[in-house]
Ligand binder design. Structure first.
Ligand SMILES: Cc1cc2nc3c(=O)[nH]c(=O)nc-3n(C[C@H](O)[C@H](O)[C@H](O)COP(=O)(O)O)c2cc1C
Length: 382
């Protein structure tokens, strides 16, 4: 990762560089950032958000409009919702998928538009594991049985998410390999569709998180038990992705940095994991989320509540981080980047409510390097 605004050549070093930085008129939030060969125009990323609006995993005009509007709204990195690697990997029957070429080609249309607006197109790949086969939020987010169009779920162990949820089938070795193969094929299709960043969804109680958290993994083979065994599926997943993802393109990982449950996965565990990822060199940013694997979780929710997680991972591992969670005020977003808590700020609901949040934040923070789409110039009155 390089910070384009702070990169120096042999003539611009030390105190000289600091003086130039002090003179830089643009807020930190609007300084470009590079990961491998990819440069984003600012530090704002659209957080992945399921739209529950697909049929058979296919993107449609809703997804085109939703992602396209955030690109025209000035977002630096426009990330899709969780796109699932196989039909049984979906959270709901209405989630996006990438298990066939028609899905790839429909995503490619969105990629072309997002890129044409100056944003970097990113895709989140996911597998819901034991939390698959549920209804949409407006249908209650409760398990859908196979008799109603749902399906049987898989997980590291035959442990349900909650007492009222169905018990998943524990994956055997062939099953694990099949999931890794599906992930590699989805990654290949993501590359063919033209995405420039791929994010592995390893958070929120979905399949990969189920493997690394001791709360959901009771295996006795080399995918369970010790810390090294529980993170093995995540490491294998990264290897599967990197086998199909070019070395010059970045790969992000979204982690649940803590389970927020006594006896669960902790921030210390995440630091240890990220030190391993840093040494391996295949991951470019940790997107620091939390929770989702156990209904007993106690999350202290307030503005910027997950920023300390991003700060700690960044400080103790040297890996770039993304901060997410109730970061809706431009000043807060700016201070997170300026203080070095995180390299990117991700907005979810704030960008659902207002696709032009970045353009308005640029005005509020007096950025001089942001232009509105010419079609919208006359609305630049905020
Ligand atoms: C409607 C909705 C759908 C979401 N879908 C996903 C998803 O597909 N993948 C994911 O990692 N997080 C998902 N999230 C979590 C968001 O990406 C984000 O982490 C969370 O909403 C906190 O950020 P915010 O306060 O800016 O909304 C979703 C959140 C919402 C509100």
């Amino acid at each position: 990762m390089t910070d384009s605004s702070t990169s120096t050549d042999s003539r611009v070093t030390g105190e000289n560089a600091r003086r130039i930085l002090r003179r830089d008129p643009n807020p930190h939030l609007f300084r470009p950032i590079s990961f491998r060969s990819v440069t984003a125009r600012n530090r704002i990323m659209l957080s992945p958000m399921c739209q529950y609006s697909a049929q058979d995993g296919m993107p449609n005009d809703w997804h085109f409009t939703h992602l396209g509007a955030r690109a025209t709204g000035g977002v630096g990195i426009v990330c899709t919702e969780a796109v699932h690697v196989s039909p049984h990997a979906r959270i709901t029957p209405h989630d996006l998928g990438l298990w066939n070429d028609a899905q790839r080609d429909a995503l490619a249309r969105i990629v072309r538009f997002v890129s044409a607006q100056g944003a970097v197109p990113a895709i989140q790949l996911g597998h819901a594991g034991r939390k698959a086969s549920v209804g949409r939020p407006w249908e209650g987010s409760i398990p859908v049985p196979a008799s109603d169009g749902g399906w049987n779920t898989v997980a590291p162990s035959a442990l349900p998410y909650a007492d009222t949820w169905p018990t998943p089938a524990a994956l055997d070795r062939d099953g694990i390999q099949a999931e890794l193969d599906a992930l590699a094929q989805a990654t290949r299709r993501a590359r063919e569709a033209g995405f420039q960043i791929v994010e592995l969804h390893a958070a929120h109680g979905y399949l990969i998180h189920q493997f690394y958290s001791p709360l959901s993994n009771a295996r006795t083979d080399d995918y369970g038990g010790s810390f090294d065994n529980r993170i093995r599926f995540l490491i294998d997943s990264l290897e599967a992705m990197r086998s199909e993802w070019p070395a010059d393109l970045p790969l992000f990982v979204r982690l649940s940095v803590t389970d927020w449950v006594t006896g669960g996965w902790t921030v210390d565990d995440s630091v240890a994991l990220c030190q391993i990822l840093k040494a391996r060199g295949d991951v470019d940013l940790i997107d620091c989320s939390s929770g989702g694997n156990d209904p007993r979780q106690q999350i202290p929710i307030h503005a910027g509540y997950q920023v300390p997680l991003a700060r700690r991972i960044r400080a103790e591992t040297g890996l770039p981080t993304g901060a997410v969670g109730l970061i809706n005020a431009p000043d807060l977003a700016e201070s997170i980047v300026a203080n070095g808590d995180a390299d990117l700020v991700l907005l979810g609901r704030g960008l659902l409510a207002d696709p032009h949040w970045p353009l308005k934040a640029a005005n509020a923070l007096k950025a001089q390097n942001v232009t509105w789409p010419v079609q919208y110039e006359r609305s630049n009155i905020f």
